[in-house]
Each structure stands twice: as C-alpha cells, then as structure tokens.
Design a binder for this molecule. Structure first.
Ligand code: PGA
Length: 236
C-alpha cells in the first residue's frame, strides 16, 4: 500500500528533519515495507536517504526561468526529488490552477519520469447535485492526463472532506473508487480527514490502495501508526 503525508504549509526545515528522523526510526522498528511518501513545504524540502520517499507539493513545469515565487525541476534535482503532487484541491480551488495548467505540469514532470500523485475530487455542491453530475465533474479532472503513465498514483480526495473531519461513508468511497478504477488502473489513494482512528476502515475498502493524509500526518508517531495499520492489513 501507499501511505502519503501532505504536510502542506507546516513544519520548518528543522522540524521536517526531526519529523523524518522520528518517522524513519518508527518505520524501521516496525519493519514497514509499505511505500511511504512525505511531501514537506517547499522550503523544507531535503535530500533524504532512507525508507521514506520525499516529494514536492508543487513545482512549476519548467527547469528554471521567469516564474516569480515558483521553483523549477532544477531546484528539485538539487535535492534528488523525483516525486511530485499535482492537482491537489488547494492548488485547484484556493490557488486557482486550471486543468490546462495542471496538464502542462503533469506532462513536464511525466517526461522527466517523476512519480506523480495526481489528485481529483469534487466540492460539496457537486456531490449534492447527484452521482452523474459528480462523475462528470471528476471525469473532467482526468482530461489531458495520461492515465496509463507507469509512475502515476491517483488520489481521490473529496474537497468537502479535506481538513473538515467529514468523510464519505465506506460504501461511497468503495463505489467511487470502483468507478475511478475504470478510468485508470493506477494505484488509487483515498484522502480527506483520514486519521489513526479511521485508517483501518478506509484502508480495508476494496480498491483503496492507500491514503493521502494531511492534518493527522503532522504528528510523525500518528502517521507511523497509520503505516503500521496498512502493514497489518496487507498481511491479512
Ligand atoms: P486532511 O488533508 O487529511 O487534513 O483532510 C488531506 C489532503 O489535503 O491531502
């Protein structure tokens, strides 16, 4: 399974180093063989050797250039980063990235062979407008994306479940994931208010290949607990 931590705009570089150290130690004590990804804030990106794969929450689709406030692939290369999150709902809805921009970014990092965690998900009003509308909305987020890309991981994250403590029912996650698996055979993560107390039920759902965790991953011990839960489930 794939267990990913999106640290968002939290943890300084010093705190991130501490986080990675305690997470590595917990993972090795627990003999975790799951794929563990951590996405620190951009200025906290570090070159990391170990079990954890460190990825970028964002970067511009260019090696370098006149893109004030952005970083390019050369800045990721400096730290050996080969994994990137694209299409997170906060980038789509808070920072206004369009599907067209995301596709360009996707293609750029795909051509560099990056592992891409590509996020999709619907806002509450779309969900409430019915299943067909919701599927149509989510389908648009697949437009232009190479769903056969070998290093692609998709994360389904309903916007209304992110950071709110709300989660869809297990049945809703199961049926959505079943639909989304028809669009791409890539690993499919669920994200949105996953925490230690619900990780087991979420990870046990068919067609859930892992989780993308925000708030509850900020504590390295809690995040490690979720990795242990995934390890247990995979054994059974
Ligand atoms: P959350 O965030 O776990 O805090 O809901 C998930 C995400 O944004 O990836």
């Amino acid at each position: 399974m794939i267990i990913a931590a999106n640290l968002k705009t939290n943890l300084t570089r010093a705190e991130t180093l501490e986080y990675l150290k305690s997470l590595e130690s917990c993972l090795s004590k627990s003999s975790i063989t799951q794929e563990v990804l951590v996405f620190p804030a951009t200025s906290s990106i570090v070159a990391h050797n170990g079990k954890i794969i460190v990825g970028a929450q964002n970067a511009h689709g260019a090696i370098k250039g006149a893109f004030t406030g952005e970083i390019g692939s050369m800045h990721l290369d400096e730290f050996g980063i080969k994994t990137i999150l694209i299409g997170h709902s906060e980038r789509r809805h808070v920072l206004g990235e369009s599907q067209e921009e995301l596709v360009k970014k996707f293609d750029f990092y795909k051509n560099l062979g990056f592992k891409i965690v590509y996020c999709v998900g619907e806002p509450l009003e779309v969900r409430e407008s019915g299943f067909d509308n919701m599927m149509e909305y989510i389908s648009k987020q697949y437009e232009g994306i190479d769903t056969n890309y070998e290093n692609l991981i998709i994360a389904y994250e309903p916007v209304w479940a992110i950071g709110t403590g709300l989660t869809p029912t297990n049945e809703d996650i199961a049926s959505l994931h079943k639909e989304l698996k028809k669009k791409s055979a890539s690993a499919l993560l669920y994200g949105g208010s996953v925490k230690v107390s619900n990780a087991k039920e979420v990870l046990s759902i068919d067609a859930v290949d892992g989780i993308l965790v925000g708030g509850a991953a900020l504590n390295a011990q809690d995040f490690c607990e979720m990795c242990k839960i995934a390890q247990e489930i995979e054994k059974n």
